[in-house]
Design a protein around this ligand. Structure first.
Ligand code: ATP
Length: 235
C-alpha cells in the first residue's frame, strides 16, 4: 500500500479550477517531486493535502486513512507536515521559539529530543537559536521553516519550493539536507520550479500542467525526456 495516495483530486478557487482531477502516490521512503510552471497547481495540491483547502472532489489517503475533511492540526498529528512556499517563519520570534511552534502537537519531552535532531541537521540554526527569525538570511529562514516542519516528527514531509530565491550554493546545501533527511527515514514530497535539481534527487516525478498530470516517470527518465527538457530544463 502506498503511504500517500491521491485520487481524482479536484480543487477550485471560486470559478477558477486550479487542480483538475489528479492522481498520484508516494511509497514509504521515496522522494517524489511535482514539477510544473507557475500556476500549474503545485502549491494548491500541497495545501489541499495539508488540509488548508477543501477539495471539490477526490480522495487523499495517508497510510490507508482518508484525510479529506480532517483538520490541519490533526493531519500534522498523523505524521504529515508542510513546509510552505515563502517560508512563512514567525519573523518576530526567535529561532528556538519558531521551532517550538512546530512541535505544538507533541509533548515537551518529545520536543526536547527532536530539537537536538533538528540542530544536528541544521547546525546554523543552533548557532542562531536566540536570533529573531526576521533577521535571518533567506537560506537560514528556509532552514528554519524546514526545521519547524520537522519538529512534528513527520513520516511524510511536504516541501513547497525550498530553493526559491536562494543563491546556487545554498540551493545545493538545501538539496543535500533534503537527501540526508530522506536517508534518515523521512518520505518527501517535493514541489520545485528547479526541475533539474528536483529530478536528480527524486525517485519519481509527476509533471503538472494547468491542473493536470501530463507525465510521470522516474527522476532519471524525466531528466532525459524531450518534452520535459524543452519545457523545464532549458532545452
Ligand atoms: P507557483 O509555482 O507560481 O506557486 P503553482 O503551481 O504552485 O504555481 P498554484 O499556486 O497552486 O500554482 O496556483 C494554481 C492556480 O490557482 C493559479 O491559476 C492561481 O492563480 C490560482 N490560485 C492560487 N491561489 C488562489 C487563490 N487564493 N485565489 C484564487 N486563485 C488562486
Amino acid at each position: 500500500m502506498a503511504m500517500l495516495s491521491v485520487s481524482d483530486l479536484a480543487v477550485s478557487y471560486g470559478a477558477i479550477k486550479a487542480v483538475k482531477g489528479i492522481s498520484f502516490d508516494i511509497d514509504e521512503g521515496e522522494i517524489v517531486t511535482l514539477i510544473g510552471a507557475n500556476g500549474a497547481g503545485k502549491s494548491t495540491t500541497l495545501n489541499t493535502i495539508a488540509g488548508l483547502i477543501k477539495p471539490d472532489s477526490g480522495s487523499i489517503k495517508f497510510s490507508g486513512e482518508e484525510l479529506v475533511g480532517i483538520k490541519p492540526h490533526k493531519i500534522v498529528a498523523r505524521g504529515l507536515a508542510l513546509c510552505p512556499e515563502g517560508r512563512r517563519v514567525f519573523t518576530h520570534m526567535t529561532v528556538s521559539e519558531n521551532l517550538d511552534m512546530g512541535g505544538y502537537t507533541r509533548t515537551d519531552a518529545e520536543n526536547k529530543e527532536t530539537l537536538e535532531l533538528v540542530y544536528e541537521h541544521f547546525p546554523r540554526l543552533k548557532e542562531r537559536m536566540n536570533q529573531v527569525a526576521g533577521t535571518l538570511s533567506g537560506g537560514e529562514q528556509q532552514m528554519l521553516a524546514m526545521g519547524r516542519a520537522l519538529m512534528s516528527r513527520p513520516k511524510l514531509l511536504m516541501l513547497d519550493e525550498p530553493s526559491m530565491g536562494l543563491a546556487p550554493i545554498l540551493v545545493d546545501e538545501i538539496f543535500e539536507i533534503i537527501q540526508a533527511l530522506n536517508k534518515n527515514g523521512t518520505t518527501i514530497l517535493l514541489v520545485e520550479q528547479n526541475a533539474n535539481m528536483a529530478l536528480k534527487v527524486a525517485a519519481r516525478g509527476y509533471v503538472l500542467e494547468t491542473g493536470k498530470i501530463v507525465k510521470t516517470g522516474t527522476g532519471a527518465e524525466l531528466l532525459v525526456d524531450d518534452d520535459v527538457r524543452k519545457a523545464y530544463l532549458g532545452g
